[in-house]
Design a protein around this ligand. Structure first.
Ligand code: 26A
Length: 346
């Protein structure tokens, strides 16, 4: 990144290269759920070599927040989105940089020589995707990067922030720094729950960040996981769970918290802290033939929503843009959108 410009939307997460394969056998062999996102256990670490050796994977830029950043850039004017995370000094990182550049995201990576760039094995079966991640360089991200001379102006210059819940596996201090800055200056901080294991196993970290969250994204299984971890009586009642999340204490009282829970092809639920009612927004179901794979669909939704939000659109309009980009992503291989660019924001 060579520019000193500032960008309205600052995103942070784990930059990963996705390695996609379609293989029910791999699900079985590595004991994976068809639809999940996990960190690879020691025993599962051999999956990456096996995929390269035997499965001819498709490589695509991934990393949940980075996917969302590219989706936001899709609907915004040039120079609107910057993304940070930690990569290695390798060709994987170059692939990610190229995708960002092509799609209008400025890469403000921290670069480590200690590890290679992270990777995610994406095992596709039917319309499901199982994500198995090795973070490598991504978990070497250091909070000092955020106050380094090149990055600090980008942090301070932004007006909207988007952080992946996945980042809380190692980077809670950095997430808190951004979240608190945003809250103290009345800017908008958005977080994605990212995966069921985040509210389950990173409950404390999530609790630390939630008071600063203005916009919270999640899907039905993440909402259920949060509800279970917090003892809610009806963990599958999405409107009730969304409302409970919206009503959690909030540090910046100048605007309500908005909680947006997607549910695949079922309706999206939105709750806000200033109301006891929730709203639902139906989703246009795609036919089987229109579905390529579902990897990155939730990120495309969140990124589309954020892009529209940054443009000053209302929440119903943001949901509509999110639905459009989610559907568009499902029609492409992996976390990608349709090119040449289609006009999404009116
Ligand atoms: C910490 N973990 C497990 C992760 C991820 C992740 N991004 C950040 N951290 N595990 C999977 N992903 C990404 O999620 C996208 C789909 O939503 C994958 O790289 C994939 O592109």
């Amino acid at each position: 990144m060579t520019t000193s410009a500032t960008y309205p939307l600052f995103c942070m997460g784990n930059p990963l290269l996705d390695m996609q394969v379609r293989s029910p056998e791999l699900l079985q062999k590595y004991n994976l759920k068809p639809n999940d996102a996990i960190l690879a256990s020691k025993d599962q670490m051999v999956i990456y070599d096996e995929i390269v050796r035997d499965h001819n994977p498709t490589y695509v830029a991934g990393g949940a927040a980075q996917n969302a950043a590219r989706a936001a850039a899709y609907v915004l004017p040039e120079n609107s989105v910057v993304y940070t995370g930690c990569v290695g000094k390798d060709v994987l990182a170059n692939t990610l940089r190229s995708a960002n550049q092509r799609e209008g995201v400025a890469s403000a990576y921290q670069v480590t020589t200690e590890e290679n760039t992270g990777a995610c094995a994406v095992i596709l079966t039917d319309h499901n995707r199982s994500l198995v991640t090795t973070l490598r360089a991504a978990e070497k991200f250091n909070k000092s990067h955020l106050s380094s001379p090149a990055i600090l102006p980008l942090v301070d210059g932004a007006k909207f922030y988007y952080v992946g819940g996945f980042f809380l596996t190692h980077g809670t201090e950095s997430a808190l720094e951004i979240a608190q800055k945003a809250s103290n200056s009345g800017k908008v901080f958005a977080l994605n729950l990212s995966a069921p294991f985040i509210p389950q196993f990173f409950k404390v970290q999530l609790e630390q960040v939630l008071p600063y969250v203005d916009i919270l994204f999640g899907n039905e299984s993440e909402a259920e996981s949060w509800a279970n971890a917090n003892g809610l009586s009806k963990p599958t009642d999405l409107p009730a769970v969304a409302l409970a999340l919206a009503k959690l204490p909030k540090s910046n009282a100048s605007r309500p918290r908005t909680v947006v829970i997607t549910s695949g092809s079922e309706a999206t639920v939105v709750a806000t802290s200033d109301s006891d009612d929730t709203k639902t927004y139906s989703v246009n179901k795609l036919s089987d033939e229109q579905i390529v794979d579902t990897n990155g669909a939730g990120d495309a939704f969140a990124g589309g929503f954020m892009g529209a939000y940054v443009s000053g659109k209302s929440v119903p309009e943001c949901v509509e843009v999110g639905h459009k980009l989610g559907a568009m992503c499902v029609g492409q291989i992996g976390p990608q959108l349709a090119w040449p660019k289609q006009q999404v924001l009116q």
